[in-house]
Design a protein around this ligand. Sequence first.
Ligand code: COA
Length: 157
Amino acid sequence: MRIRDFRIGDEPVLWDVFFSAIHELAARDYSAEQVHAWAPADMDRAAWAARIRALQPWVAEHEGRVAGYADLQPDGCIDHFFVSACHARQGVGRALMEHLLRQARGRGLAELAADVSRTAQPFFERFGFEVVEYRLPVRRGVAIPNARMRRVLPPGG
Ligand SMILES: CC(C)(COP(=O)(O)OP(=O)(O)OC[C@H]1O[C@@H](n2cnc3c(N)ncnc32)[C@H](O)[C@@H]1OP(=O)(O)O)[C@@H](O)C(=O)NCCC(=O)NCCS
């Protein structure tokens, strides 16, 4: 497993990871209507790619193939955290989360926070995050429940 910086040109393969994570993994916990509102097949790819370039995620590669990606913003928020369905439950998410935690400690952040899907909540709990509140954001007219979760980082730790 290798975690590397995002590179211009990664956008299409990261879209594939995002799409597969939502349509194949999160689809277990959300309706078809919610999944299609969250990641529509006809999403404006240029706008999505611009968003990813702004987030500057790290990319996980497994056996030379892109398997997942995740970002950490300066305020400690994680915006995207996705593992492709064909790489699920093989430690890719763990490698990304451990990398984010190292980065957060290196930056001296006091806490990490994310709006976490139902699918990812047990994974985030596994890494010490706790639910702060349940939320009901609306995307493309469809409510897609998630939870704001956070993990406090001990000073100097
Ligand atoms: C949540 C997600 C990132 C987990 O990635 P992953 O690569 O499958 O996770 P890992 O294999 O590294 O698992 C790490 C640990 O979390 C646990 N875990 C992972 N998914 C879990 C789940 N759904 N339920 C319970 N535990 C889970 C694993 O058992 C493992 O524990 P262990 O170390 O004791 O064996 C991935 O399933 C995903 O992308 N889901 C869909 C998209 C999504 O909802 N993204 C988040 C948006 S906020």
